[in-house]
Design a protein around this ligand. Structure first.
Ligand SMILES: C[S@@+](CC[C@H](N)C(=O)[O-])C[C@H]1O[C@@H](n2cnc3c(N)ncnc32)[C@H](O)[C@@H]1O
Length: 151
């Protein structure tokens, strides 16, 4: 079991890639991250959101789905650690979704098991990838009782 990220958009930009690699090197099962990039739609607004959401839904299966959305629920890092570990320990894969420029539609919201807000502020997609990588590393360290995270 592992954590898969489904992200709408192009490959990691270099400044993001460097940061993600930094954390990825320190990740071990079940917290290792794999990335699947979903092509963004050539359309705009609602039409793009719908098309990208269909592409995301087609890849979900029975995973525990965490949707990143600024309107979701803000949680602290220990709660994130438990939220990720619980399905992984029950042999269920976790998929984390990062939407495109227009976010995702209601169907993806309804499918999500947990909608996670990093902040009410909207962050650029690439930065969200980097924050996610660091928070998954932090979740791993909390689960292992190590000293990276100080309350
Ligand atoms: C540029 S944002 C799109 C924002 C857009 N207003 C929307 O309706 O979702 C791209 C993606 O980054 C993620 N994102 C951006 N800010 C976020 C935040 N504060 N918390 C959680 N996810 C965020 C979401 O997955 C979002 O779909």
């Amino acid at each position: 079991m592992a954590i898969r990220v489904l992200a709408v958009g192009r490959k990691h930009e270099s400044w993001v890639s460097e940061g993600i690699d930094r954390y990825a090197k320190r990740l071990k099962k079940p917290f290792d991250l794999s990335w699947q990039l979903i092509a963004h739609s050539a359309r705009e607004h609602d039409a793009a959101r719908k098309e990208e959401s269909e592409r995301l839904l087609a890849r979900l299966g029975s995973d525990f789905v965490v949707l990143l959305d600024e309107r979701g629920k803000a949680i602290d890092s220990p709660t994130l650690s438990r939220t990720l570990l619980r399905p992984l320990e029950a042999s269920r894969s976790v998929t984390v979704i990062i939407g495109g420029a227009y976010g995702v539609d209601d169907q993806v919201h309804q499918r999500a098991d947990f909608v996670w807000s990093l902040s009410p502020l909207v962050f650029p997609h690439q930065l969200v990838r980097l924050i996610l990588a660091e928070q998954v590393y932090r979740a791993q360290e909390i689960a292992g009782g190590r000293s990276y995270h100080h309350e």
